[in-house]
Write a protein that binds this ligand. Structure first.
Ligand code: HEM
Length: 412
């Protein structure tokens, strides 16, 4: 990676490495690993001149900043734009973009709803749904092998079948969910061509999502209805309820799609790990968390400094935006042995792919369950899995996403 790192900037009397690298450059979005390494090597805290922000790429500092919500707030927005100085493009999330005490009640309600007991309730149903999906897919092929796109046929198809059912929305219109969250995750970055590309449909897609957050639009037995029931019990206000439902649509679909795509890509390119998984099916959970560490479907989020905050000898000035590179922390050799290896022998717990601290992903049990169900169905039916053609990334300002991962499988 070409950059002139480590020139000096005076920040509250301290000197910081300065980098002109742009985390949102199209080539970087295509392959962020060289930038991640360059920023980790530049120092624990780096000033990014392209966007006038501070960045942390090492595990130790990213982890500490995620924990320290008092110093690094989310209420100023978790994207590049600063809600303290400019107007947000939509009403902010009352989870992701809120701090205590405002964050407390919505978080409590969702954590109660999406906890381990929900996994137990949904597991049989989702196991059957995943088995049906894989059977349908393989039935369409003759002989003992099949070729299909792992993104469209599995990574998108399964969450789009299982998750909106669990939230409680009708079949029609579900195709809006992916472009909606694709735009949303792009909008956390700068106003670049990716944002411009999605902008023409943003209003229409937001209106569709907002209308499906209303009580009348939701079935009586899903997460959506349970969120409204929490409002009836006084645990949320009636104004908060639709915004909590919205956070499920915003954060719960695309993230999982690209988590599953990352997992399938990893297994298709690491045949020995696939064989290991087939021999030891209990490793499905490890496989998913290792894929989330290795590929980090959510690459970055911002925070805003609430004062002059000292970080490893440097200072983030009050009001500055701070980029936390979750993906870089998940590959930091200071924290992980052989961080670039996708390896089911490792214990990936402690990775920051689901964040950490107060805002740590409240839907992670749901994402893990989806992965467990889909992967189990596949492992029971498929002996080998390999790439069947060139892969294609889907560039996004926040997500590390796949557009296409063609695979060939040999049936068991
Ligand atoms: C928060 C990643 C799946 C709902 C987060 C955060 C990350 C993340 C990194 C922390 C944000 C921050 O610190 O600012 C992921 C990944 C997923 C996934 C990689 C899948 C592989 C899901 C699912 C749901 C969900 C399935 C819903 C069921 C949320 C919500 C928050 C969140 C509501 C905000 C929590 C808060 O601010 O308290 N997620 N997520 N996520 N996630 Fe996930």
């Amino acid at each position: 990676m070409t950059d002139a790192p480590a020139t000096a900037l005076r920040s509250a009397g301290t000197r910081l490495p300065v980098s002109a690298l742009d985390p949102f450059d199209r080539d970087v979005l295509e392959d962020p690993l060289p930038l991640q390494a360059a920023l980790r090597d530049a120092g624990p805290l780096v000033y990014l001149s392209t966007h006038d922000v501070y960045a942390m790429a090492r595990y130790e500092q990213v982890y500490a900043a995620l924990r320290d919500w008092q110093s690094f707030e989310s209420g100023g927005g978790v994207g590049l734009s600063n809600f303290r100085t400019g107007k947000p493009w939509r009403s902010p999330s009352i989870l992701l973009e809120a701090d205590p005490p405002y964050h407390d009640a919505p978080r409590r309600v969702l954590a109660g709803l999406l906890g381990p007991h929900t996994q137990r309730r949904l597991r049989d149903k989702w196991r059957a749904a995943a088995a049906d999906l894989v059977d349908e897919l393989l039935a369409g092929h003759t002989g003992n092998s099949a070729e299909f796109d792992a993104v469209a046929s599995l990574a998108e198809a399964f969450p789009l079948r299982a998750f909106p059912d669990a939230v409680g929305i009708p079949d029609s219109g579900r195709e809006n969910l992916l472009p909606f969250s694709d735009f949303l995750f792009n909008a956390f970055g700068p106003r670049n061509d990716l944002v411009a590309l999605g902008a023409p449909r943003a209003r229409e897609l937001s209106a569709w999502v907002n209308s499906h957050c209303q009580r009348e639009a939701l079935t009586e037995d899903g997460f959506g209805a349970q969120i409204w029931a929490a409002a009836d019990r006084g645990e949320l206000t009636p104004e908060q309820a639709p915004l909590v439902v919205r956070s499920l649509f915003a954060a719960g679909v695309d993230t999982t799609v690209h988590g599953l795509a990352a997992l399938l890509h990893a297994l298709a390119t690491h045949p020995a790990q696939w064989q290991r998984l087939r021999a030891e099916p209990r490793l499905v959970r490890v496989a998913f968390d290792e894929a989330v560490r290795w590929a980090s479907p959510v690459q970055t989020f911002f925070r805003t400094a609430t004062g002059d905050i000292r970080v490893a000898g440097g200072v983030v000035p009050a009001g500055a935006k701070v980029l936390l590179l979750l993906g870089a922390a998940n590959r930091d050799p200071r924290r992980w042995d052989a961080p670039d290896a996708f390896d089911l022998s490792r214990d990936p717990s402690g990775h920051l792919g689901f964040g950490f601290g107060l805002h740590q992903c409240v839907g992670q049990h749901i994402a893990r369950l989806e992965a467990e169900c889909l992967l189990t169905a596949l492992a029971e039916r498929v002996e080998t899995i390999e790439l069947a053609g060139p892969t294609r990334r889907r560039p996004n300002n926040t997500l590390r996403a796949w557009d296409s991962v063609p695979i060939r499988v040999r049936l068991a």
